[in-house]
Design a protein around this ligand. Sequence first.
Ligand code: DAH
Length: 360
Amino acid sequence: MGSDLEQMQRDMLGRIAAAADPAALEAERVAALGKQGAVTGLLKSLGAMSPEERQSEGPRIHALREAVTAAIASRKAALDGAALERRLATEQLDMTLPVAPPLQGSVHPISQVMDELAEIFADLGFSVATGPEIEDDWHNFGALEIPETHPARAMHDTFYMDRTDAEGRPMVLRTHTSPVQIRTMQAQKPPIYIIAPGRTYRSDNDATHTPMFHQVEGLVIDRGITLGHLKWTLETFLKAYFERDDVVLRLRPSYFPFTEPSVEVDVGYTLQNGRRVLGGADHWMELLGSGMVHPRVLANCGLDPDEWQGFAFGCGIDRLAMLKYGMDDLRAFYDGDLRWLRHYGFRALDVPTLSGGVGA
Ligand code: DAH
């Protein structure tokens, strides 16, 4: 029986490795592991064996099943990989080709708003920083004083990956742009004046939440920075962004693990014919989170909190775009509907400039 099993395993593994497509591989799987499969048959035969026989044959048959299962999984991964490669090769686009008129493309409102933010903050002396969208636990949470047991973790609806970091914890799709704060403080010496716009991910989906969304993070680290600097910066930014001088902010005490004190910033609006119009202080709408960078966060990045202070803020870009350009369903941003894009998109050469309109 022993050498029969070995022969059987060699044959099966040979056929699995030779399976040319998913259908052929599935046929091999059914032939071996299906209800009537050969390996399944052997497993069933264990019941009729004497205890001694079972003790010697059992492990061999189980080993056969494991070898076949592993071979199928690895062949499947290879076939899937090859199929993806083929698809990528056929779907290749030559981005250097000249655009054929009539010009179809438009700049997505999100890209437009990111350009506007970069323009406004460049004028205030900020540069644009970036970080990876697949983050390790420490940058996304730990360094921001959100340890594993912290209740704020639950609010993040995190997407965890199979890959793990150096400490064996799963990598995550970043749930906010705040890890870019950490990376920037690690990589450069203060003074630091940056914004970090980019994609963020949470497992959430309705008219105002999509699993992928955009945030902009702001970070200032310098000597003698106060909450007053934060308020002035946000006011200047929002007046420039909404192109109105009557934008009124309200700072409410709040809580974030990585700032102390923390404030939530509301912006005032009025209702005109049922539509929200920014400006005035009839109604308030929550716009962003911010605060003074927590001394422990500074220390986590190797900065001495007695020497350096700073403020940070985080704001949803999709929200900013909806408010300024009047869309009401976030999901439409990502449908790729040409009619929507034609309506809300921007001309490719319509680069925002402070003098040309994005500025106050
Ligand atoms: N990271 C927070 C979030 O996604 C937003 C935020 C709040 C960012 C306060 C900050 C901050 O930098 O200071 O909910």
